[in-house]
Structures are given as C-alpha cells and as structure tokens.
Design a binder for this molecule. Structure first.
Ligand code: GLN
Length: 289
C-alpha cells in the first residue's frame, strides 16, 4: 500500500491537499476528510486553506498530517482522529468509547422538541454516549430536567466533559442499563438512539464502524433486543400521555410499531430521515384504567 509519506511530496498547502485527496481517493468523504485533517494539523480554518494556497507547510506538520492520513486510510473515523465532532451545531468531544454522532439522529432531537415546550419537565435520554441528544435538547430547552444514562462509565466521562464545556447544567448523567439508572419519579418524555444493528449485518464492516464501540451498535434478536427492553421499561417510567421516541434501522419500522402497540402506546408512528429512510418511531403512553 502506498504510504502518505511517499505521496505527499510538496511543501505548499495547495499541492499537499491535492495529494492527500488522491491518497484518500476511494473513500466517499476523501475531499472533506483531507481538509478537516489539514485544518486540525495547521490549527487553521477552511477560509485559511482557501486564501493561502502557497502557505509553506512545515516538516513537522507534514509528518503529523501523513500520520493522520495513514490512520484515516486504515478506516479510523475522522471524528476520532480529531477527537471532536459536531452535532446540532454543538462541538462535542468524542472518542472510541462513544459512537460518532450521526446527522440523521438530529431527527430524534427535532421530533422531541416538536412534542413538548420548555418548562419544568422531566426528560430522559437512554444510552447517551457522548451526550449528543441530551445536550442538544438541553441547549434548546433550558428549563427541562434531563437525565442521561449509559452503561459505560467511560462514555459518561466524555458526556460530562461535553456538558461542562458547553455550559449546559440541566443534564444529570447516571450510569446503568436503560431506565434502571433513572430516579424514581415519572418522566414526560424518553428518547433513545440504542444499538439496533443485527450481529451478522455486513454493514458493520463498513467505513469507520469497526472502530466504534460494538455495544453501541449491535443488538441481538435481529437488532431489536434493546428496543424491546426500552419500550417495556419506558412504559413503567412515563407519565400517562408521556412520549417515547426511539431511533432504529431503515427496515425496522413495522416491527418497532408492533412493539410499541403491544406495550399500550398510542399515536404510534414512524418518521423518515432526510434520506427518506424510516428512522425513528414514537408513541404516547396510555396507562391502563
Ligand atoms: N445509525 C448508525 C448507523 O447506521 C448506527 C447507530 C446505532 O446503532 N444506534 O451507522
């Protein structure tokens, strides 16, 4: 395999960037990745790259860039190489203990915000990872009391750091399995982006996924195991009329709607993401009289 060191011959920014793009060619995001990594190495923004094509890249910076390009070519997600990724316009720290936040998960935030106004409400995000969903909600609804749970203490460390850096005090992080970590009281809304990929799905070998925490991606029972647990637990944890929103795979809409309906949820529906795929299902709990 050609090494980045051999491919990046030039010293000026424009040529180095062009050679890096060629080195990463084959990946859909080659252009963007080459730019993001060079911006990180130089400590400059995109406008600088455009404005100073003849900028002389120092030897040490070129070496650091080559190392990052090699790791990217070996499949490591850019988000982990940068240690940071944006979600809902919030800069979030991420590492290999947390999933890289996906743009399609912003649908979950949008749909949650559309259901309840600001006010003294109790909302939970189950399996919070880097805290992406909980912190996006906290940034839009400062009066909500948000609890965010995760089984992984290492993920919670990242989420707590993000909350501190973003100065969002209305999220309480707690360690445990789905609803088990939450306090006694009932909730107005529960949201989750749980693992939902089947263990034998070849998609797991795709770009970047082998570097992500498998426990955040994969669930037994054809990807539905954790969704079933969440629906059951949430039905005991929500107030009458409380909402549950769960992200899932593009082929799982019908199964997830059935799971909701058999757990006494009403107004059950599935929403599609910007790519037109069924991406989340939601329902309103109706307590038995
Ligand atoms: N939506 C992610 C993907 O398709 C998977 C995240 C998840 O399992 N919750 O890569």
């Amino acid at each position: 395999m050609p090494s980045a060191d051999n491919e990046l011959k030039s010293r000026n920014l424009r040529d180095i960037l062009e050679q890096a793009r060629l080195f990463l060619a084959g990946s859909e995001s080659a252009h963007l990745d080459a730019e993001l990594l060079l911006m990180a190495v130089l400590g400059k923004n995109r406008a600088f790259l455009r404005t100073w094509p003849d900028y002389p890249v120092e030897r040490a910076q070129r070496d650091a860039y080559c190392e990052l390009l090699e790791r990217r070519k070996a499949g490591e997600p850019v988000a982990y190489l940068l240690g940071q990724w944006e979600f809902w316009s919030l800069p979030l720290q991420v590492n290999t203990h947390t999933l890289v936040p996906r743009p399609e998960t912003e649908l979950l935030v949008e749909q949650a915000l559309a259901r309840l106004p600001d006010g003294s409400l109790r909302v939970a995000d189950l399996g919070t990872g880097s805290g992406a969903i909980a912190l996006a909600l906290a940034s839009e609804r400062p009066s909500w009391n948000i609890w965010a749970s995760d089984l992984s203490e290492k993920a919670l460390e990242v989420a707590r750091t993000n909350a501190r850096q973003l100065k969002l005090p209305n999220v309480t992080f707690c360690q445990g399995n789905w609803c088990e970590a939450l306090p006694e009281q009932s909730f107005n809304m529960i949201v989750s982006n749980p693992p939902y990929i089947a263990p034998d799905d070849p998609y797991l070998e795709g770009d970047g996924l082998p570097f992500e925490p498998i426990s955040a991606l994969v669930a037994g029972n054809n990807g539905l195991k954790d969704i079933i647990s969440i629906v059951q637990q949430a039905s005991l944890k929500l107030i009458d009329g409380g909402w549950l929103l769960i992200e899932h795979g593009a082929e799982q809409g019908a199964s997830v709607r059935d799971i909701y309906s058999s757990a006494k949820f009403q107004c059950v529906e599935t929403k599609r993401d910007f790519a037109g795929n069924e991406r989340l299902s939601l329902g309103k709990l109706k307590h038995a009289k």
